[in-house]
Design a protein around this ligand. Structure first.
Ligand SMILES: NC(=O)c1ccc[n+]([C@@H]2O[C@H](COP(=O)([O-])OP(=O)(O)OC[C@H]3O[C@@H](n4cnc5c(N)ncnc54)[C@H](OP(=O)(O)O)[C@@H]3O)[C@@H](O)[C@H]2O)c1
Length: 266
């Protein structure tokens, strides 16, 4: 059984990946898939997604990925089904906005646990099932990082640090898996119009404001570009001109200077 696995599929980018991958069926990303496994905590939203596409081919796997027993449950499901995993999209992620000193230990733990530990654990659990299909490529991994990972971000400190982890981890893994013909594509978007900002500010009406508002994109634009990058086997996609400039700045300008100008611009 050939499958794709998508974490964070109940909303935003993960949901968009699921809809597009279901419809596109591109062999370069291992399609056709007998099943797409969708993972998130909100079982109702995952079932709704399955109903809107094909309940027989979308397997709902409701898991809280910050819990170690969820990783064990995923492992057990893989051992039982013994699928060939052609594609893994690690989209589940969150981050809380605001001063570190004012955030709860629980929020800090959740962000690190979900963005770093769960992404690594899901990948490590699934890798033995990326056995390949004899073509140019055995399997593909897409990790959603963020342009927040390029530089330290005051008032988004834990999130930015966690996304630096995703970038570094993805690039190293891409090298490790090269000989196995498994590609790893790290996606670095700027602000995207999803529920992320609402979760981030703990406000169901929250939107991006200030400088970030000028660079907001949509999943309808970002996800096709991400799929295209993964099809080409690109290691990294920095999405949008603003984020490309930020990436370049992070490489050329000393971090303390960037932080100084950021402080002055406030
Ligand atoms: N939107 C942006 O501006 C932006 C920019 C750059 C990068 N990103 C990154 O893009 C990725 C996707 O975010 P998004 O923008 O699509 O936000 P989103 O709409 O809030 O989606 C986040 C997804 O993660 C899932 N999730 C959250 N906690 C989870 C947990 N404990 N266990 C399992 N799943 C969990 C959520 O599902 P449940 O709540 O149902 O569990 C949801 O499906 C994240 O990694 C985020 O950091 C976002």
């Amino acid at each position: 059984m050939n499958i794709a696995v998508i974490t964070g599929a109940s909303s935003g980018m993960g949901k968009e990946f699921c809809s597009r991958l279901f419809k596109e069926e591109d062999a370069r990303l291992g399609a056709p898939y007998d099943e797409i496994w969708v993972i998130a905590r909100s079982e109702g939203k995952l079932r709704e997604l399955a109903r809107s596409l094909d309940e027989k081919r979308i397997r709902v796997v409701p898991l809280d990925l910050t819990r170690s027993e969820s990783i064990s449950a995923l492992k057990a499901l893989l051992e039982e089904q013994k699928p060939s995993v052609r594609l893994l999209c690690n989209c589940a992620g969150m981050g809380k906005n605001g001063a570190f000193s004012e955030q709860s230990v629980e929020d800090t733990h959740t962000a690190i646990s979900l963005n770093c530990e769960a992404l690594s654990a899901v990948t490590q659990t699934i890798l033995p099932y990326m056995t390949g299909h004899g073509g140019k490529r055995s399997a593909a991994i897409i990790n959603i990082a963020s342009s927040a990972g390029f530089l330290p971000q005051p008032n988004f400190a834990v999130y930015a640090a966690s996304k630096s982890y995703v970038i570094s981890f993805s690039r190293a893994l891409a090298e490790e898996l090269r000989d196995k013909k498994i590609t790893v594509t790290c996606i670095c978007p700027g602000p995207v119009d999803t529920d992320f900002i609402k979760v981030s500010k703990s406000d169901p009406n929250a939107t991006f404001t200030g400088f970030k508002a000028k660079f907001v994109t949509t999943t309808e634009k970002l996800i096709p570009a991400s799929i295209k990058a993964a099809k080409k086997g690109k290691t990294m996609l920095v999405y949008g001109m603003g984020q490309k400039m930020l990436h370049l700045t992070s490489k050329l300008v000393p971090t303390r200077l960037v932080l100084f100008f950021e402080r002055k611009m406030k």
